[in-house]
Design a protein around this ligand. Sequence first.
Ligand SMILES: NC(=O)C1=CN([C@@H]2O[C@H](COP(=O)(O)OP(=O)(O)OC[C@H]3O[C@@H](n4cnc5c(N)ncnc54)[C@H](O)[C@@H]3O)[C@@H](O)[C@H]2O)C=CC1
Ligand SMILES: O=C(O)[C@@H]1CCC=N1
Length: 275
Amino acid sequence: MNASLPAVAIIGTGSMGGAILAGLRAPGVRLPGLRATTRSEASAAALRANGVEARATEHDSAANTWAVSDAGLVLLGVKPAQITTVLAELAPSLRPDALVVSVAAGITTAAMEDVVPNPVVRAMPNTPALIGRGVTGIAGGARATAAHLALADDLFRTVGTVVELPEAQIDALSTISGSGPAYVFLLIEELTRAAEAMGFEPDVAALLVQQTFSGAALLLEATGEEPAELRRRVTSPKGTTERAIAVLQEAQLATVFERAARAAQERARELAAGA
Ligand SMILES: NC(=O)C1=CN([C@@H]2O[C@H](COP(=O)(O)OP(=O)(O)OC[C@H]3O[C@@H](n4cnc5c(N)ncnc54)[C@H](O)[C@@H]3O)[C@@H](O)[C@H]2O)C=CC1
Ligand SMILES: O=C(O)[C@@H]1CCC=N1
């Protein structure tokens, strides 16, 4: 990945902020500065041990303002409930031309624009970003120009694929790809449990299931075939898979994911309302 970015500040370097930090430190990404903050001193120390300029907010009330003072791009990786408070804290120290990018679920660009005069982009990445295989939806707020969206696109392309879409669709995207890795891991957990119930030792069960998931995902990617066609090739007529698929379909698998996604979307609306 080749990208040239302005100085970046990551405010809240946890699972998601940390994944993006890793992308920014990949070979081929050029940026004049990178500063990161976390709440706890222990995690800031871990970042520093890894060569990152980092400070913690717990005993250092200037940590966040220090991080953003020279930044042209400010990534907010704190929890949704903290976004407006943290932005209000940053406001006096933000460069007027700095682009603010938030990955917080539910929090709209309008809510952030009420707190700072800067351009704002809302983004929804997912955790495979940690290995450069994320997919991120991005949407610009009222002050974001095409150049700001291009900058956000460059940022998230360091950790995978980027999709630009209207902000009204970001919550929906979050229910599919933002939360999606958790759905996949739940399926892996449950199939592993089934393998153990069939008598396999836990390590063998884990190996069988993990290789099956990663093999199937890679097969889908490598062949470019439709998943339904790949499933058909496993499901021999009158064979064993057919029986298993019938049981899964009886369990209303066809609707359960839509219901799950709608529940996640409702929670995003609650987060937007501050609940
Ligand atoms: N985990 C995921 O799969 C995804 C998370 N998100 C969003 O990412 C955001 C963070 O979520 P996670 O990374 O999962 O949480 P996390 O708890 O791992 O990270 C939050 C980070 O913020 C730091 N922090 C807390 N208060 C702070 C402050 N005042 N100043 C600076 N840093 C502070 C914490 O020390 C921690 O490092 C949330 O808004 C979430 O909606 C978005 C997409 C996917
Ligand atoms: O669960 C959450 O709220 C965040 C947003 C999408 C994935 N994790």
